[in-house]
Write a protein that binds this ligand. Structure first.
Ligand SMILES: C[C@H](O)[C@H](O)[C@H]1CNC2=NC(N)=NC(=O)C2=N1
Length: 120
């Protein structure tokens, strides 16, 4: 299984294949801190990141936003004092695509830069 962090998102197309159960299990090994939640009949990858304050949470949010723009694939983000909730799914297919696992892995990479900004 190739490293998700080395992959690029493909252009989201209507009708693109959702990940299979088997693929999801394989991909999840690379993003173990993420859970698959089903909301409004749509499966999404979700994770909540913790920070020491709002400034750090906002800075992380900005970086995730830049990543989304660079990849052309966008998350739902809830930015609060001390935490940022991120959800990835593919709107066009109303579910999970490999792109979402790539972006979850790349979002974890961004969080690595916030070692000093995590709560004690
Ligand atoms: C035109 C634009 O590229 C598309 O609408 C992209 C934008 N970002 C996207 N992000 C996500 N998560 N799913 C999509 O289907 C999607 N489509």
């Amino acid at each position: 299984m190739d490293e998700l962090t080395q992959m690029k998102c493909e252009v989201c197309r209507v009708g693109a294949a959702k990940v299979t159960e088997a693929e999801a299990i394989l991909y999840q090994k690379q993003v173990p801190n993420w859970i698959i939640m089903e909301r409004d009949n749509i499966k999404r990858l979700e994770r909540v990141y913790k920070f020491k304050d709002f400034v750090a949470a906002l800075s992380f949010t900005q970086k995730v936003g830049r990543l989304a723009e660079d990849e052309g694939h966008h998350p739902a983000i809830l930015t609060e004092w001390g935490s940022v909730g991120v959800a990835w799914w593919t709107h066009k297919i109303h579910g999970l695509h490999r792109n979402d696992f790539i972006m979850a892995a790349k979002t974890d990479e961004i969080y690595k830069d916030f070692e000093g900004s995590k709560p004690r």
